[in-house]
Design a protein around this ligand. Structure first.
Ligand code: NI
Length: 139
């Protein structure tokens, strides 16, 4: 990894691809990743790791199937949506199906174990606009 400071706005200016995270640095066994997003990602789940999100610019929504919010808790499939403004942080717990989206576009930072696939361990079919990856190195 780079041993020089990384300016996030410079890193973000260096790529345009949506839903395709770049690894800006690593901390122990974790990646710090940034991504540009717009429109919908896919429903997926990370069975063995939580996933940290922070919104750098714009607004990110994350739909969650965690059994809260619609009286459907008994099934564990009730859906709700959390909306994250710029500066907000949120953790999707391991095992919870989720689908990030952004109507107006957003830049986000994620913190998760190196090697974690963006589409999780189980997922809906991956459309062309979503990159199934464990993150790309910057530059
Ligand atoms: Ni995820």
């Amino acid at each position: 990894m780079n041993d020089e400071p990384v300016l996030l706005r410079t890193a973000l200016a260096g790529f345009d691809q949506l839903w395709s995270p770049r690894i800006v640095t690593r901390v122990n066994d974790y990646d710090v990743r940034i991504a540009k997003v717009s429109g919908e990602h896919i429903w997926h789940v990370h069975e063995n790791t939580d996933e940290f999100f922070m919104v750098l610019n714009g607004e990110l929504s994350i739909a969650l199937r965690d059994g809260d919010g619609d009286g459907d808790a008994g099934t564990g499939r009730g859906e709700r949506v959390v909306t994250l403004q710029r500066g907000a942080v949120f953790v999707v717990p391991r095992g919870v199906e989720h689908r990030p989206s952004s109507v107006g576009g957003a830049s986000i930072l994620m913190f998760e174990p190196t090697g974690t696939p963006t589409v999780g361990d189980r997922h809906d079919p991956v459309p062309d606009h979503v990159n199934a990856t464990i993150g790309h190195l910057l530059g």
